[in-house]
Design a protein around this ligand. Sequence first.
Ligand code: NG1
Length: 544
Amino acid sequence: MAAEQPIPVYTNLNDLYGSLGTSLNHAEKWNTVAEEFQRRFGRKPAYIARAPGRVNLIGEHIDYCLFGVLPAAIERDILIAISPRPNHQEHAPGSVVAENMHTKYIRQVFAPAPRRRASISEEEVHMEEWHLDINTKELRWESYIKAGYYGVLVNYFAGGGSPVPVDILVTGTVPAGSGLSSSAAMVVGSTLAFLAVNGKLEPNFTGTGPQISKGQLVEMAVGNEKRVGVNSGGMDQAASVISIPSSALYISFFPELSASAVPLPPGAVFIIANSLVVSDKAVTAKRNYNLRVVETLAAARILARSLGIKVAKDEKVTLREVVGRLAGEVEEVGEMPVEWLSETLQRMECEAERLKPRNATEDGQLGVTMEEMIEMSGLSTEEFNQVYLSWVKVEATHFQLYKRAKHVFSEASRVLQFRQTCLSAASEASNPSTEPPSPIDVVRNLGRLMNESQTSCDQLYQCSCDELNELTKISRDAGALGSRLTGAGWGGCTVSLVLESGVDDFIKKVSESYGPFKDLKGEALNEVIFATKPSSGACVYKFE
Ligand code: NG1
């Protein structure tokens, strides 16, 4: 299983470039960052960690409800060069000098502070916890570096030991705040760089481990990103770590993280276009991302209660768990068969009506107030606050439980249909005794699902914006068979499905029609609209 494999550590550049499976000029990027590190810090880096961004083909805002999603890693990535500082003893333990090749991001110097535990027993006398200040109020590039580092400190140095002081140099080609997961790529890259430099990626002295698996790195990176203030699902980190070249990845989170390759139909090209509206998830979290997390959790409890499904008072049950309990799924046996899950999801789309406010207008525009939501949950105000609001800040007068749940169930269904369409097309194409499906029909079906996803994101989940709506419409008019926002939304990028034969014409038409692209040419245009190929997941290069 992909999630159980160890993180690849290369010592040979040919193996490294071969593993990436993409066309971009990798050698040049890796050499530039190594040379620049040498120029700035006077020695070669010890390691370079790579973590790619990702594009989500379908399955938006359902990973934190524990439904499966379908992303692919992209060629654009973050590279972090790192090396221990010479003369360790002269520096504070674990101190960091962090530089970024992008001139906009200035040099940062910080050190984790060891914090002695308040109550310590004899054995625990040497136990230390670490603290790193992370500013979650504003967008700061080093917060993502710190978030990755924090996880390494907590997981590997809580029981004692000193992290090495380091210099690091960061560079990247994943545009920030654009829905291509630059934040997850930064956190995964930073986690890997600090693990490597502290000797935590090597197998132990018997050569049998413990070596961190891809799945464990995903879990660490998800926890680490929460420290920047976003209660993300696990899609981005899983895509950045586990992806494989030439396929998308079906990632499911229930009953545990698992990932499998989904072959994409030949001739289908995914084109990313940046709306150039920057959406900073961390800063808007209480009105956007985190609010959606709370709305879906509250919807899950209320729906369960209304359907007579048992939920413990202190449990943060998810919509996926409610579906499982309704269908009588046995978690220990693994995820229920796809047909069964699809049927239950269809039923749930109807059951979601139970979440409409009593005084609902025809189109269900009005949500429920906080008081109504607490009453519907069957918990006391104190219990509700404790379970749903004590760990997160949200800001809203009304909570849109019905619309959010309806989006989640329909989007989860679309992911299953998208995956099934790709799998059936691939298996029929490889079976000499059946007529292969018409490629255009396959791609049309996928495109239709992507268009439906965009409508649902816009109208039910309200995570689109005028510019994304305009760009997806322009893309369809320019020949895309499907076009949708990708990632959290509220700005950022779209992904469009285009036939290989129409790529150049598509890019030309979109760049002539979308206002902010009109004056862009050459590299500047290529920065905002480009075709992408699925790339491989995170890895580390070790200099010898
Ligand atoms: P972006 O903003 O594209 O990195 C976010 C979440 C995902 C997922 C999507 C919406 C983080 C790190 N990522 O993606 O887990 O929930 O929104 O589908 O918060």
